[in-house]
Design a binder for this molecule. Structure first.
Ligand SMILES: C[S@@+](CC[C@H](N)C(=O)[O-])C[C@H]1O[C@@H](n2cnc3c(N)ncnc32)[C@H](O)[C@@H]1O
Length: 219
C-alpha cells in the first residue's frame, strides 16, 4: 500500500525529475487528423502497458508506416502483433527475445499477423545485428530493463536506425529506475521526448530518409 502510494507520487513528480521533456501525440503525428488504427487481442497481455501506451505505438506505426521494424524484447508479443496490424502488408517486423518459452510471441502465434513477423532468439547484447545495421525505420527497446541493459540496447538501437527513423523505449517510469537513469544520462537525451500520458520515450532521427547527395540527377 505504502510502496504503491510512493510509486504514484514519483509518477506525479516525473515531469519535474525525469530531465526529459514531454511531447503530445498530436505533435508526433505532425497534425494528422485521421489515423485509423487496429487493436486486437490486447487482453492476452494486460501487463504490456496501458491502452494509451498501446494506442500510441499503433498510431505512430500507422502514421509513419515503417518498412522495417526491430523490437528488442518480444515478451508475449502484444506490441509486435500491433505493429503488424498497423503497417503495410510488405512491412517486415523482427522481434528478438532471450527466452524461447511458449509465452514468447503467444499473442501473434497462429494469427494472420504472424506472416509479417520474424521471431529471433538471442541475447540483445551479443546478437549479430549486421543484417539490419542502418536499415530499421522503427526500433522498439523493451528488453532488459536494467541500467546497463538499456544503455547497451540503446547503443544498438542507434546502430540499427535508418536515416529518418524512430526509436521508442518502453517503461520510462519510476518502477523501472534503470530505464529512467539510462535515458536521462544519454548523450542525446535532449532530443528524447516522453510521450505525454504514456510510458514511451521517443526519438526521431533528423537525417533525411534519402540523402540528397545520394540522389542521382538525370543527365
Ligand atoms: C517487458 S517484456 C517485452 C514486452 C513486449 N515488448 C510488449 O510490448 O509486449 C521484456 C522481454 O525482454 C526479454 N529480454 C530481457 N533481457 C533480454 C536480452 N538481454 N535480450 C533479449 N531479450 C531480453 C524478456 O525475456 C522479456 O520477454
Amino acid at each position: 500500500m505504502l510502496s504503491r502510494a510512493i510509486n504514484r507520487f514519483q509518477e506525479f513528480l516525473l515531469p519535474l525529475t525525469s530531465g526529459i521533456s514531454a511531447t503530445n501525440m498530436e505533435v508526433i503525428l505532425e497534425g494528422a487528423t485521421n489515423v485509423p488504427v487496429q487493436l486486437s487481442d490486447w487482453h492476452r497481455d494486460y501487463g504490456a502497458g496501458s491502452m494509451w501506451d498501446l494506442l500510441a505505438v499503433c498510431m505512430i506505426a500507422r502514421h509513419y508506416n515503417p518498412k522495417i521494424c526491430f523490437e528488442i524484447g518480444t515478451g508475449h508479443g502484444r506490441t509486435t502483433h500491433h505493429l503488424a496490424l498497423n503497417t503495410s502488408d510488405n512491412t517486415k517486423i523482427c522481434t528478438l527475445d532471450i527466452s524461447d518459452t511458449d509465452v514468447v510471441g503467444c499473442v501473434f502465434r497462429g494469427q494472420p499477423s504472424a506472416r509479417k513477423i520474424r521471431k529471433l532468439l538471442g541475447n540483445s547484447t551479443s546478437f549479430d545485428y549486421s543484417e539490419w545495421l542502418g536499415r530499421v525505420d522503427l526500433v522498439i527497446v523493451d528488453g532488459d530493463h536494467s541500467y546497463e541493459g538499456v544503455q547497451e540496447d540503446t547503443r544498438r538501437a542507434f546502430e540499427l536506425l535508418a536515416p529518418g527513423g524512430y526509436i521508442l523505449w518502453d517503461d520510462f517510469a519510476p518502477g523501472w529506475p534503470g530505464v529512467v537513469k539510462a535515458l536521462k544520462e544519454h548523450d542525446r537525451a535532449r532530443s528524447f521526448r516522453r510521450i505525454a500520458g504514456t510510458k514511451w520515450v521517443y526519438y526521431a532521427d533528423d537525417r533525411n530518409a534519402v540523402s540528397e547527395s545520394l540522389v542521382v540527377q538525370p543527365a
